[in-house]
Design a protein around this ligand. Structure first.
Ligand SMILES: Nc1ncnc2c1ncn2[C@@H]1O[C@H](COP(=O)(O)OP(=O)(O)O)[C@@H](O)[C@H]1O
Ligand code: SF4
Ligand SMILES: [Mg+2]
Length: 336
């Protein structure tokens, strides 16, 4: 039997350009990323940093006519960027599933939720309608949508936001995917419901062993959910580490600024509003380090030299010119 690699996803120097009415947006600007099998890997960063564009590329979900990819994406050894549409369709919804912030974008308003889950099963296997219904009732039970037989008959508008997100999790998990990509699945929910959904996802991960890529702008959610994490800024991964390392020994000034801006109280909303300034527009060329205009350590070198990835430990990398110093001393001497 072929030995499975430790990494279910490997991304090498990925660039993604999107054509829009306003011109070309280089939303992903040279991402390297490895996601370990059976773990929850977080992607964190402010809005507009390329988290969604990068992760959608793993399923090649962008409009092919308006998108240019370069670099490589491997999913369990298969190179996604070179795959034919037929094979991509097989992978989507079966081996790789995705859930989004707003469940209504993925659900039909005029079909019963049970039927929609059954249809998702039938699209990917040749079992009978009755067997699909039995499987649907089982998964509804598993994600806490009970009594399952009654809920099967309901339409999306009859369910709350939290229950709809449970429907999405059921639909994503019912075909036993190897990878689940969750793009801000709890951002629209209130804090109590958010906690319930996070717990459900952790339980599903433990029970099935599925690998999860979890996207959020909230470091509190990363701490709660993830084993490893990548921080994105201006279309790049600027730091990757285990969650414990990242909180303990951040080695990029952006990560440090995100950590410093976390409120200490119980309010989990809008954590990232306190870093001064905003991320750069991704339709522009960026010279030197993209974080320089907001970085308290920035010097002349940062404005002209693009930082390369520095390896600090087995699974800890940072893309800052002074990463090693920050990692070792917790500070960078100004005036480098
Ligand atoms: N379909 C698209 N066409 C053109 N630009 C896009 C498209 N989708 C996203 N973008 C741009 O790409 C950049 C990154 O967006 P996104 O990945 O959605 O950020 P994030 O998920 O981190 O908030 C943004 O500047 C956004 O405006
Ligand atoms: S390279 Fe310079 S500007 Fe960029 S993060 Fe490091 S210290 Fe800050
Ligand atoms: Mg997004």
């Amino acid at each position: 039997m072929q030995k499975l690699s430790d990494n279910i996803v490997e991304i090498e120097d990925l660039k993604v350009e999107l054509m829009s009415v306003d011109g070309i947006v280089t939303a992903v600007r040279g991402v390297d990323l490895k996601v370990m099998r059976g773990r929850i890997h977080g992607i964190v960063g402010e809005s507009g940093c390329g988290k969604s564009v990068m992760t959608k590329s793993i399923m090649r979900l962008h409009d092919e006519k308006k998108t240019a990819y370069s670099g490589k994406i491997f999913f369990d050894g298969e190179e996604i960027t070179g795959l034919k549409e037929k094979r991509l369709r097989e992978l989507r919804g079966k081996d790789i599933a995705m859930i989004f912030q707003n469940p209504m974008t993925s659900l039909s308003p005029i079909m019963k939720i049970g039927e929609q889950i059954s249809e998702a099963i039938l699209a990917k296997s040749d079992i009978s309608k009755e067997e699909a219904k039995t499987k649907t009732l089982e998964i509804l039970e598993m994600v806490g949508i009970t009594p399952a037989a009654d809920r099967y008959e309901m339409y999306p508008f009859e369910l709350s936001g939290g229950l709809l997100q449970r429907v999405m999790i059921a639909m994503a998990m019912v075909n036993e995917p190897r990878l689940l990509i969750a793009d801000e699945p709890t951002t629209a929910l209130d804090v109590t419901i958010q906690a319930q959904i996070l717990n459900l996802m952790k339980k599903m991960q433990k029970d099935t062993g599925v690998t999860i890529i979890f996207i959020t702008h909230d470091l509190g959610v990363i701490a709660e959910m993830c084993d490893t994490v990548s921080v994105m800024y201006a279309g790049k991964v600027v730091e990757t580490a285990s969650v414990m390392e990242l909180f303990d020994k951040p080695a990029h000034p952006y990560t440090k600024a995100l950590l410093d801006s976390m409120p200490k109280g119980s309010d989990t909303r809008d954590r990232l509003t306190t870093i001064q300034g905003a991320p750069p527009s991704l339709s522009m060329n960026i010279k030197g380090c993209s974080f320089a205009p907001r970085c308290k350590y920035a010097c002349d070198k940062c404005k002209s030299e693009e930082p390369k990835m520095t390896k600090l430990d087995v699974r800890h990398t940072s893309t800052c010119l002074f990463a090693a110093e920050l990692y070792k001393k917790g500070e960078i001497a100004i005036g480098n």
